[in-house]
Design a protein. Structure first.
Length: 76
């Protein structure tokens, strides 16, 4: 494409235009990727929070069982 253009300034302008267009395309693709990443991280954050709550419930249940067993054995 640039070989058909005779004038040097026109070649430079066309090259710069192609560079700007490619920069815009890359920016749009990156923006979409970051938006999808944000949505994915939000879902992961909810999963981690639910897992943490589940772990805390399990710890509390096991502590309760241990305390109840100690109470029934020792009576204290």
């Amino acid at each position: 494409m640039l070989k058909k253009i005779k004038c040097l300034s026109a070649k430079i302008t066309a090259g710069f235009g192609l560079l700007i267009i490619s920069l815009i395309v890359v920016s749009i693709v990156a923006w979409n990727g970051f938006n999808r990443l944000g949505a994915g991280l939000s879902g992961y954050q909810n999963l981690v929070r639910d897992t943490d709550i589940s772990g805390q419930l399990q710890i509390n249940y096991l502590t309760l069982r241990s305390n109840l067993r100690n109470f029934l054995i020792r009576g204290d």
